[in-house]
Design a protein around this ligand. Sequence first.
Ligand code: ADE
Length: 272
Amino acid sequence: MTTTKIAVIGGSGLYDIDGLEDQEWVEVDTPWGKPSDAILTGTLQGLPICFLPRHGRGHVHGPTTVPYRANIDALKRLGVTDVISISACGSFREEMAPGDFVIVDQFIDRTFAREKSFFGTGCAAHVSVAHPTCDRLRAACLSAALDATIPVHDGGTYLAMEGPQFSTLAESKLYRDNWGCDVIGMTNMPEAKLAREAELCYASVAMITDYDSWHPDHGEVDVTRIIETLHGNADKAKSLVLGLPAVLNHARDTCPHGCDRALEYAILTAPE
Ligand code: ADE
Protein backbone atom coordinates (compact mmCIF):
# COMPACT_ATOMS: atom_id res chain seq x y z
CA MET A 1 0.00 0.00 0.00
CA THR A 2 1.19 3.51 -0.85
CA THR A 3 0.24 6.49 1.31
CA THR A 4 -0.81 9.23 -1.07
CA LYS A 5 1.10 12.47 -0.62
CA ILE A 6 0.11 15.24 -2.99
CA ALA A 7 2.29 18.09 -4.19
CA VAL A 8 0.74 21.09 -5.86
CA ILE A 9 3.14 23.13 -7.97
CA GLY A 10 1.50 26.53 -8.27
CA GLY A 11 2.13 28.80 -11.24
CA SER A 12 1.63 32.50 -11.90
CA GLY A 13 -0.92 33.91 -9.45
CA LEU A 14 -0.86 30.92 -7.09
CA TYR A 15 1.70 31.39 -4.33
CA ASP A 16 -0.03 29.59 -1.43
CA ILE A 17 -3.07 27.40 -0.71
CA ASP A 18 -5.92 27.76 1.79
CA GLY A 19 -7.07 25.51 4.60
CA LEU A 20 -3.80 23.66 5.26
CA GLU A 21 -3.43 22.29 8.81
CA ASP A 22 -0.06 21.95 10.60
CA GLN A 23 1.55 24.30 8.08
CA GLU A 24 5.31 24.49 7.88
CA TRP A 25 7.60 26.00 5.21
CA VAL A 26 10.42 23.46 4.77
CA GLU A 27 13.80 24.21 3.13
CA VAL A 28 15.01 21.28 1.00
CA ASP A 29 18.41 20.92 -0.65
CA THR A 30 19.07 18.64 -3.60
CA PRO A 31 22.08 17.58 -5.72
CA TRP A 32 20.49 19.73 -8.46
CA GLY A 33 20.52 22.87 -6.31
CA LYS A 34 17.76 24.59 -4.39
CA PRO A 35 14.13 24.40 -5.49
CA SER A 36 12.23 27.55 -6.50
CA ASP A 37 11.36 28.27 -2.86
CA ALA A 38 10.80 26.59 0.48
CA ILE A 39 8.00 24.01 0.33
CA LEU A 40 4.81 24.46 2.33
CA THR A 41 3.84 21.17 3.99
CA GLY A 42 0.70 20.27 5.94
CA THR A 43 -2.48 18.22 5.76
CA LEU A 44 -5.83 18.87 4.15
CA GLN A 45 -8.65 16.84 5.71
CA GLY A 46 -6.10 14.18 6.67
CA LEU A 47 -4.37 14.11 3.28
CA PRO A 48 -0.64 15.00 3.41
CA ILE A 49 0.03 17.79 0.95
CA CYS A 50 2.99 19.91 -0.13
CA PHE A 51 2.84 23.19 -2.01
CA LEU A 52 5.68 24.62 -4.09
CA PRO A 53 5.34 28.04 -5.75
CA ARG A 54 6.97 27.31 -9.12
CA HIS A 55 8.21 30.86 -9.66
CA GLY A 56 9.03 31.42 -5.98
CA ARG A 57 7.11 33.78 -3.70
CA GLY A 58 7.48 37.21 -5.29
CA HIS A 59 7.72 35.55 -8.73
CA VAL A 60 11.52 35.62 -8.92
CA HIS A 61 12.02 32.83 -11.50
CA GLY A 62 11.08 33.20 -15.16
CA PRO A 63 10.07 30.05 -17.09
CA THR A 64 13.61 29.30 -18.29
CA THR A 65 15.30 29.66 -14.90
CA VAL A 66 12.80 27.67 -12.81
CA PRO A 67 15.00 24.94 -11.25
CA TYR A 68 12.83 22.09 -12.58
CA ARG A 69 15.15 19.24 -11.55
CA ALA A 70 15.60 20.56 -8.01
CA ASN A 71 11.82 21.07 -7.70
CA ILE A 72 10.92 17.51 -8.68
CA ASP A 73 13.78 15.99 -6.67
CA ALA A 74 12.84 18.00 -3.56
CA LEU A 75 9.24 16.75 -3.79
CA LYS A 76 10.47 13.16 -4.21
CA ARG A 77 12.68 13.57 -1.11
CA LEU A 78 9.61 14.72 0.86
CA GLY A 79 7.84 11.45 0.00
CA VAL A 80 5.44 12.93 -2.56
CA THR A 81 3.62 10.38 -4.74
CA ASP A 82 1.37 12.60 -6.89
CA VAL A 83 2.26 15.95 -8.47
CA ILE A 84 -0.47 18.32 -9.61
CA SER A 85 0.74 21.21 -11.72
CA ILE A 86 -1.43 24.32 -11.74
CA SER A 87 -0.38 26.92 -14.28
CA ALA A 88 -1.63 29.76 -16.47
CA CYS A 89 -1.97 29.17 -20.21
CA GLY A 90 -3.24 30.67 -23.43
CA SER A 91 -6.01 29.01 -25.47
CA PHE A 92 -6.13 28.03 -29.15
CA ARG A 93 -9.82 27.08 -29.06
CA GLU A 94 -12.80 29.44 -29.13
CA GLU A 95 -14.69 27.10 -26.78
CA MET A 96 -11.81 27.00 -24.28
CA ALA A 97 -12.34 30.49 -22.91
CA PRO A 98 -10.36 32.62 -20.45
CA GLY A 99 -11.42 31.53 -16.94
CA ASP A 100 -11.87 27.89 -18.01
CA PHE A 101 -9.58 25.11 -16.78
CA VAL A 102 -8.16 22.29 -18.95
CA ILE A 103 -7.06 18.94 -17.50
CA VAL A 104 -4.22 18.47 -19.98
CA ASP A 105 -3.43 14.97 -21.27
CA GLN A 106 -0.71 15.56 -23.90
CA PHE A 107 2.23 17.87 -24.52
CA ILE A 108 4.36 19.11 -27.37
CA ASP A 109 7.70 20.16 -25.94
CA ARG A 110 9.24 23.13 -27.76
CA THR A 111 11.48 24.20 -24.88
CA PHE A 112 15.20 24.19 -25.62
CA ALA A 113 17.15 26.01 -22.91
CA ARG A 114 16.45 23.83 -19.87
CA GLU A 115 17.95 20.75 -18.22
CA LYS A 116 15.48 18.00 -19.10
CA SER A 117 16.73 14.84 -17.43
CA PHE A 118 18.19 13.43 -14.23
CA PHE A 119 20.15 10.98 -16.38
CA GLY A 120 22.99 11.23 -18.86
CA THR A 121 26.20 11.42 -16.83
CA GLY A 122 27.19 8.07 -15.34
CA CYS A 123 23.79 6.53 -15.93
CA ALA A 124 21.76 6.46 -19.15
CA ALA A 125 18.01 5.89 -18.95
CA HIS A 126 15.15 6.40 -21.39
CA VAL A 127 11.67 6.50 -19.86
CA SER A 128 8.50 6.47 -21.96
CA VAL A 129 6.50 9.69 -22.00
CA ALA A 130 4.03 8.55 -24.66
CA HIS A 131 1.34 9.17 -22.05
CA PRO A 132 2.93 11.93 -19.99
CA THR A 133 0.04 12.47 -17.57
CA CYS A 134 -1.50 10.02 -15.09
CA ASP A 135 -5.13 9.17 -15.96
CA ARG A 136 -5.98 8.34 -12.34
CA LEU A 137 -4.70 11.72 -11.11
CA ARG A 138 -6.30 13.53 -14.07
CA ALA A 139 -9.67 11.99 -13.18
CA ALA A 140 -9.28 13.21 -9.57
CA CYS A 141 -8.48 16.75 -10.77
CA LEU A 142 -11.47 16.68 -13.10
CA SER A 143 -13.82 15.54 -10.30
CA ALA A 144 -12.48 18.20 -7.93
CA ALA A 145 -12.94 20.89 -10.60
CA LEU A 146 -16.50 19.75 -11.36
CA ASP A 147 -17.34 19.59 -7.63
CA ALA A 148 -16.11 23.20 -7.34
CA THR A 149 -18.31 24.16 -10.37
CA ILE A 150 -15.28 25.32 -12.34
CA PRO A 151 -15.79 25.36 -16.15
CA VAL A 152 -13.41 22.57 -17.10
CA HIS A 153 -12.36 20.64 -20.21
CA ASP A 154 -11.29 16.99 -19.98
CA GLY A 155 -8.13 16.61 -22.07
CA GLY A 156 -6.13 18.90 -24.27
CA THR A 157 -2.69 19.19 -25.86
CA TYR A 158 -0.40 21.74 -24.21
CA LEU A 159 2.34 23.36 -26.28
CA ALA A 160 5.27 24.08 -23.96
CA MET A 161 7.23 27.04 -25.34
CA GLU A 162 10.53 28.45 -24.11
CA GLY A 163 9.46 32.08 -23.72
CA PRO A 164 9.82 34.44 -22.06
CA GLN A 165 8.32 36.34 -25.01
CA PHE A 166 4.86 35.26 -26.15
CA SER A 167 4.40 33.62 -29.58
CA THR A 168 4.40 35.42 -32.90
CA LEU A 169 1.10 35.41 -34.81
CA ALA A 170 2.60 32.88 -37.28
CA GLU A 171 3.63 30.55 -34.43
CA SER A 172 0.23 30.91 -32.77
CA LYS A 173 -1.53 29.91 -36.03
CA LEU A 174 0.93 27.05 -36.64
CA TYR A 175 0.34 25.53 -33.20
CA ARG A 176 -3.44 25.94 -33.53
CA ASP A 177 -4.14 25.06 -37.18
CA ASN A 178 -1.32 22.68 -38.12
CA TRP A 179 -0.24 21.04 -34.88
CA GLY A 180 -3.69 20.67 -33.27
CA CYS A 181 -2.66 22.18 -29.93
CA ASP A 182 -5.34 23.34 -27.49
CA VAL A 183 -3.39 25.46 -25.00
CA ILE A 184 0.05 27.03 -24.66
CA GLY A 185 2.23 27.71 -21.64
CA MET A 186 5.86 28.03 -20.64
CA THR A 187 6.37 25.73 -17.66
CA ASN A 188 4.93 22.21 -17.90
CA MET A 189 8.00 20.92 -19.71
CA PRO A 190 10.42 19.54 -18.67
CA GLU A 191 8.47 19.27 -15.40
CA ALA A 192 6.24 16.43 -16.67
CA LYS A 193 9.21 14.50 -18.11
CA LEU A 194 11.19 14.85 -14.87
CA ALA A 195 8.20 13.71 -12.81
CA ARG A 196 8.06 10.54 -14.93
CA GLU A 197 11.81 9.95 -14.46
CA ALA A 198 11.25 10.37 -10.71
CA GLU A 199 8.39 7.81 -10.93
CA LEU A 200 5.83 10.36 -9.73
CA CYS A 201 2.26 10.53 -11.03
CA TYR A 202 1.74 13.90 -12.78
CA ALA A 203 -1.38 15.80 -13.82
CA SER A 204 -1.63 19.33 -15.17
CA VAL A 205 -4.45 21.77 -14.53
CA ALA A 206 -4.06 24.58 -17.05
CA MET A 207 -5.94 27.78 -16.20
CA ILE A 208 -6.77 29.77 -19.32
CA THR A 209 -5.97 33.48 -19.11
CA ASP A 210 -6.09 34.53 -22.81
CA TYR A 211 -6.48 33.54 -26.47
CA ASP A 212 -2.76 33.90 -27.23
CA SER A 213 -2.37 35.94 -30.44
CA TRP A 214 -4.51 34.15 -33.03
CA HIS A 215 -8.01 35.38 -32.10
CA PRO A 216 -9.20 38.18 -34.41
CA ASP A 217 -11.57 39.62 -31.76
CA HIS A 218 -9.24 39.52 -28.78
CA GLY A 219 -6.04 41.22 -29.88
CA GLU A 220 -2.65 40.01 -28.82
CA VAL A 221 -1.84 38.58 -25.42
CA ASP A 222 -0.01 40.75 -22.89
CA VAL A 223 0.70 40.53 -19.17
CA THR A 224 -2.01 43.07 -18.25
CA ARG A 225 -4.69 40.90 -19.88
CA ILE A 226 -3.31 37.81 -18.16
CA ILE A 227 -3.32 39.43 -14.71
CA GLU A 228 -6.96 40.50 -15.18
CA THR A 229 -7.99 36.81 -15.37
CA LEU A 230 -5.33 35.44 -13.04
CA HIS A 231 -6.89 36.47 -9.73
CA GLY A 232 -10.25 34.76 -10.42
CA ASN A 233 -8.38 31.69 -11.69
CA ALA A 234 -6.28 31.50 -8.50
CA ASP A 235 -9.42 31.50 -6.33
CA LYS A 236 -10.88 28.67 -8.44
CA ALA A 237 -7.60 26.74 -8.23
CA LYS A 238 -7.65 27.03 -4.44
CA SER A 239 -11.19 25.61 -4.32
CA LEU A 240 -10.12 22.74 -6.63
CA VAL A 241 -7.25 21.91 -4.24
CA LEU A 242 -9.66 21.98 -1.25
CA GLY A 243 -11.75 19.32 -3.02
CA LEU A 244 -8.85 16.91 -3.65
CA PRO A 245 -9.03 14.93 -0.35
CA ALA A 246 -12.62 13.91 -1.16
CA VAL A 247 -11.73 12.47 -4.57
CA LEU A 248 -8.32 10.88 -3.97
CA ASN A 249 -7.63 7.57 -2.26
CA HIS A 250 -5.51 8.35 0.79
CA ALA A 251 -3.99 4.85 0.64
CA ARG A 252 -3.73 2.99 -2.63
CA ASP A 253 -1.96 0.24 -4.51
CA THR A 254 0.63 0.89 -7.19
CA CYS A 255 -0.36 3.32 -9.96
CA PRO A 256 -2.58 1.47 -12.50
CA HIS A 257 -0.75 3.35 -15.28
CA GLY A 258 2.74 2.41 -14.11
CA CYS A 259 3.94 5.96 -13.39
CA ASP A 260 5.55 4.71 -10.17
CA ARG A 261 7.47 1.98 -12.05
CA ALA A 262 8.69 4.07 -15.00
CA LEU A 263 12.35 3.16 -14.50
CA GLU A 264 11.76 -0.61 -14.37
CA TYR A 265 12.95 -1.18 -17.96
CA ALA A 266 14.48 2.26 -18.66
CA ILE A 267 18.08 2.06 -17.43
CA LEU A 268 20.74 1.01 -19.97
CA THR A 269 23.87 1.47 -17.88
CA ALA A 270 25.15 -1.81 -16.39
CA PRO A 271 25.19 -1.97 -12.57
CA GLU A 272 28.72 -1.67 -11.10
N1 ADE B 1 0.70 31.81 -20.13
C1 ADE B 1 -0.49 32.43 -20.13
N2 ADE B 1 -0.85 32.78 -21.38
C2 ADE B 1 0.14 32.35 -22.20
C3 ADE B 1 0.35 32.41 -23.58
N3 ADE B 1 -0.54 32.97 -24.41
N4 ADE B 1 1.49 31.88 -24.09
C4 ADE B 1 2.39 31.29 -23.26
N5 ADE B 1 2.24 31.23 -21.93
C5 ADE B 1 1.13 31.74 -21.40
